[in-house]
Ligand binder design. Structure first.
Ligand SMILES: C[S@@+](CC[C@H](N)C(=O)[O-])C[C@H]1O[C@@H](n2cnc3c(N)ncnc32)[C@H](O)[C@@H]1O
Ligand SMILES: [Zn+2]
Length: 274
C-alpha cells in the first residue's frame, strides 16, 4: 500500500509495476524516472509548474558538492531525534538532497515510510532516482496546497525553503506530530547579496509562532563557505530567489565572480502539532 491516496476519490492506492491504482480504478502512471504523477491537470496553474530544469539542475549541482552539508546534517539529526515511527513527508522536496539524508537518519528505525512531494516534475525525477529500489520511499508530483495524503496520516513533516501550507500540514499531521522547517538566517549569503545589490539586506527571522503548532525549539547552523569555482557561484545564484529579481547588471557582476566567501547560515525550527 502507498503512503499516498488517490487525488480523485481520496481512497488508498495500491502500487503496481507501472502505476498506482485505487479501489475505484483511478490509475496514475509511474514515470520512467520512478515518481508517480498525482498532479491533476485541473489543479495546475502552469503546464510545467514549480522549479524549472535550470533551477533544479543548478540546485542539484550545488548541493551535491556539499556546500550545505552542515544544514543537511542538522536536519537529519533533528529528524532522527524526534522520529518515533510512522510516515514522514518532505513537502516540496526539490531534488531530494535533504530528503535522502533524512531517510538515512531513519534507517535504524524499523518502522518508517517516507514520502517526497514536489510540484516540479524535474525535481521529482531527481528525487526518485535517489530512492530507486528502496520500497520504503515514494516520490510523487503533487502540490503542497493539495497533498495526496490522508488526514492524520503523517508523523513527521519536513519543509525546507518550499511554499508553506499551514492548513494542509495540520490536516495530514497526526496530533503530536512533528514539523521540521529550515529557514535562512539573517546573515545567509550576505556576501553574494553584496556582490549583486547596492544595498544588501539581511533576512528577517522575527516570529516563530505558527497557529496550531507548539514551538519546540530552534538550532542555528552557520558556516563560512568559500566557492572557488565560477560555475558553482552561478549555480548558487540560479537556485536562489534573487536570480529572477536581479537586474542585468547584477547578473553580470555575479557572472564575473571567480571566488566567493560567504556565510551559509540557517535556522532549523521544530514544532509539534497541538
Ligand atoms: C527552493 S526549492 C527547495 C527544494 C528542497 N526542499 C531543498 O531545500 O533543496 C522549492 C521547491 O518547492 C517546489 N514547489 C513550488 N511550489 C510548490 C507547490 N505548490 N507544491 C509542491 N512543491 C512546490 C519547487 O518546485 C522547488 O522544488
Ligand atoms: Zn480513486
Amino acid at each position: 500500500m502507498s503512503i499516498f491516496i488517490c487525488p480523485v476519490c481520496g481512497k488508498s492506492l495500491e502500487i503496481r509495476e507501472h502505476c498506482y491504482v485505487c479501489p475505484d480504478r483511478h490509475s496514475f502512471d509511474i514515470a520512467a524516472k520512478g515518481y508517480v504523477n498525482l498532479l491533476m491537470s485541473n489543479h495546475m496553474n502552469a503546464k510545467l509548474p514549480g522549479d524549472n530544469k535550470l533551477m533544479v539542475n543548478a540546485r542539484a549541482d550545488f548541493l551535491n558538492k556539499g556546500y550545505y552539508s552542515h544544514l543537511a546534517k542538522a536536519v537529519a539529526e533533528a529528524a532522527g531525534e524526534y522520529f518515533s515511527g510512522g510516515a514522514v513527508l518532505d513537502a516540496g522536496c526539490g531534488e531530494g538532497y535533504y530528503t535522502e539524508m533524512i531517510r538515512d537518519s531513519l534507517c535504524s528505525s524499523r518502522d518508517f515510510s517516507l514520502g517526497a512531494v514536489d510540484i516540479s516534475k524535474f525535481a521529482c525525477a531527481k528525487a526518485a532516482a535517489r530512492f530507486k529500489g528502496d520500497c520504503r520511499c515514494e516520490t510523487a508530483a503533487a502540490s503542497v496546497f493539495r497533498l495526496p495524503l490522508a488526514d492524520n496520516s503523517v508523523s513527521m513533516l519536513v519543509t525546507m525553503f518550499a511554499p508553506f501550507c499551514r492548513e494542509e500540514y495540520i490536516r495530514v499531521l497526526k496530533t503530536g506530530g512533528t514539523l521540521i522547517m529550515a529557514i535562512p538566517a539573517e546573515e545567509h549569503l550576505m556576501s553574494l547579496k553584496a556582490a549583486v545589490y547596492e544595498e544588501p539586506y539581511k533576512n528577517m527571522t522575527a516570529d516563530y509562532g505558527i497557529e496550531g503548532f507548539d514551538f519546540l525549539g530552534r538550532r542555528k547552523i552557520s558556516r563560512e563557505i568559500t566557492i572557488d569555482c565560477a560555475e558553482d557561484i552561478r549555480s548558487l545564484f540560479t537556485m536562489t530567489p534573487y536570480y529572477y529579481k536581479t537586474s542585468r547588471e547584477g547578473h553580470a557582476r555575479v557572472n564575473a565572480l571567480e571566488r566567493l566567501t560567504t556565510d551559509a547560515a540557517f535556522e532549523v525550527l521544530v514544532y509539534k502539532k497541538n
